[in-house]
Design a binder for this molecule. Structure first.
Ligand code: NI
Length: 402
């Protein structure tokens, strides 16, 4: 199978891919229950003669394509959920659901993976091994991948020994691919702190215990924690994004609350910073005779690409698309991703595909004006197909697609 054939096949199903992507885009669904999106995907998979299973606790889909001959299994992932935000693109197929939008490109991820399933199913007779298609709900903070793992995603026979996912970005020329070895995306944990003092008249702070300066001191001290206690080459971000206290100019409130996020790119630094945030907040409050109630809510772990598999993905991309559009990323992205749960158990990689619009400004993911350049979708379909074909071919000793 030549690279040019894979790209040509991917181009040949572009109309269907766009149609599915727009159908999903028009009706975005949130969280772990996406019946309409699941229905749209099942409609297309129906004709492909795959072993299809749907989730119990979520509307996930796991579909296995078994090749004609035995061999290893590779998992390919797409996420399917949207974001709770209004859409302001003005596109003719814009969201028809108030307060929901596919602003993270998961509609495109889903349509590309369906396209890849279609192309790989056509090649079933030449496949040695199988491809496991993972369509997950609840990527945007709902731990959808973890639920799928709990429901047996990785327990099939044979279990996957490699895993691959794509995520759209606006940062490169449309159709370009970027990936890196090692940490690819950050852990994302939430901090919630309530500093409890004692309120009273603002003219007599000595009769009160003012929580506001204590909260301010805690915010400052987090930045000292990050710069003085964290290795500069294994970094962390602590951002307090919300402070809430008080009601008016002449009343000292009882409490001040802080809300923020903690990002790291290694589990060791993650634990160190989580411990440090608790210690610093409690210690500073105690030093002033107040109390800090610290709640740390664990989000997604660090997304770590397997070094060998990430190299394999970059090689595959160079062969498929040409080295001028393939980029080895110098550093991780500090957003988080629940494909991390899969990569904790299966060596694999997530890569970025640029879908930067050719006309007009490129808004980032999670912007109400984020748009996907659909002409880049064949590159994504072809990447899924080529990674799978090349990985399964390795079992037979072949090393290139040509
Ligand atoms: Ni996303």
């Amino acid at each position: 199978m030549k690279s040019s054939d894979i790209l040509r096949d991917a181009e040949s199903i572009l109309d269907d891919t766009i149609q599915l992507r727009r159908r999903i885009h028009r009706h975005p669904e949130l969280g772990l229950t996406l019946p309409r999106t699941q229905g749209a995907v099942l409609d297309v998979l129906h004709d492909l003669d795959l072993d299809v299973r749907t989730g119990q606790r979520t509307t996930s889909i796991v579909a296995r394509l078994a090749g004609a001959r035995p061999g290893p299994t590779i998992l390919l992932r797409a996420d399917m959920d949207a974001l709770p935000m209004p859409e302001e693109t003005g596109l003719p197929f814009a969201s028809e659901v108030n307060g929901a939008m596919h602003a993270c490109g998961h509609d495109a991820h889903t349509a590309m993976l369906v396209g890849a399933a279609r192309l790989l199913a056509r090649r079933r007779d030449s496949l040695a091994g199988s491809v496991l298609f993972m369509f997950q709900p609840g990527e945007e903070g709902y731990h959808g991948a973890r639920v799928m793992i709990e429901e047996g995603l990785l327990d099939g026979t044979p279990p996957p020994t490699a895993a691959f996912a794509l995520h759209v970005t606006h940062r490169l020329t449309a159709g370009a691919i970027a990936a890196r070895s090692g940490p690819a995306m950050a852990s994302g944990d939430t901090l919630q702190i309530v500093v409890r003092g004692r309120g009273g008249h603002a003219s007599a702070p000595h009769d009160c215990l003012d929580p506001i300066p204590i909260a301010c001191e805690i915010v400052q001290a987090f930045q000292t924690l990050v710069t003085r206690r964290v290795h500069v080459f294994d970094p962390a971000v602590v951002t307090v994004a919300k402070i809430e206290a008080g009601t008016t100019r002449n009343v000292i409130p009882d409490t001040a609350s802080l809300l923020g996020t903690i990002r790291t790119v290694s589990e060791a630094t993650r634990e160190r910073v989580l411990d440090g945030v608790r210690r610093v907040a409690e210690g500073i409050a105690a030093a002033h005779g107040a109390e800090a109630a610290v709640e740390l809510i664990r989000g997604y772990p660090v997304t770590v690409n397997d070094a060998a598999f990430a190299d394999f993905v970059l090689d595959t991309a160079r062969e498929l698309l040409g080295s001028e559009v393939v980029h080895a990323m110098s550093h991780p992205i500090m957003a988080s991703e629940d494909f991390s749960y899969v990569l904790q158990r299966v060596p694999g990689a997530i890569a970025n595909l640029s879908t930067r619009p050719a006309d007009g400004p490129a808004f980032p993911n999670h912007s109400p004006r984020m748009r996907v350049n659909e002409s880049a979708l064949p590159a994504g379909i072809a990447m899924h197909v080529a990674v799978a074909l090349r990985f399964l071919a390795k079992g037979t000793g072949a090393t290139t697609l040509a």
